[in-house]
Design a protein around this ligand. Sequence first.
Ligand code: ACO
Length: 210
Amino acid sequence: RHPGWPARLGPLVVAGGTLELRPPRLRDASAWSSTRQRDRAHLERWEPSSYGQGWEERNSLLAWPPQWAALRSLARRGLALPFMIVVDGRLAGQVTVGNIQRGALRSGWVGYWVASELTGGGVATAAVALVADHSFGPAGLHRLEATVRPENEPSLRVLDKLGFRREGLYERYLDVGGAWRDHLSLAFTEEEVGAGMVARLVRRGLARIP
Ligand code: ACO
């Protein structure tokens, strides 16, 4: 078993509802697929491009079992911390720590999406806070990195609210929405976390532990 996996994080109450994070399940297929098909316009331009596969195929019911299996395998090998975001009992998105490296780096990237009908309610901010506290605590990481297109203002706002520092600009970094896009690189290390990111949100009145 790798440190920090499997895990359930939360609950945490935010403006958008009561949020919990749990590992992906095979039976998430229908909620995952229908949400992402509905939200194509909200998600596609911010997500890595896929070669030869359209959005519908890539987010079909049949696309979930191999994705679920891949996430489960990465998590079991200590290479990822993949969570489904559940708000008031319904699938609301995903937050993942990926490319986890141990040894002298002890770092990973964090990525997330939230269903359009639930945006603006503090869900992504709370989800990243829960995952960060878990990463720096039980999972034993020292650093989290996030790369974001400069145009993605909601995502930058999430990271700014949590205190991620801007470290630089990666030019033509990632194939997103069909072209090589510049990305800002933001990071946070364990020394900066103090009593915890969740505790900081609670203190600022942005979240409540029920
Ligand atoms: N300009 C500036 N700020 C904005 C804008 C805008 N156009 N739209 C929303 N915001 C603000 C909101 O007001 C809120 O800030 P506030 O709390 O100070 O009012 C903030 O952005 C969003 O915070 P949350 O409510 O915690 O986040 P939310 O649950 O709405 O999810 C997310 C944000 C994940 C970026 C969602 O919009 C989404 O899924 N977008 C599409 C996919 C995506 O971009 N994912 C991130 C890719 S980058 C990465 O993973 C590192």
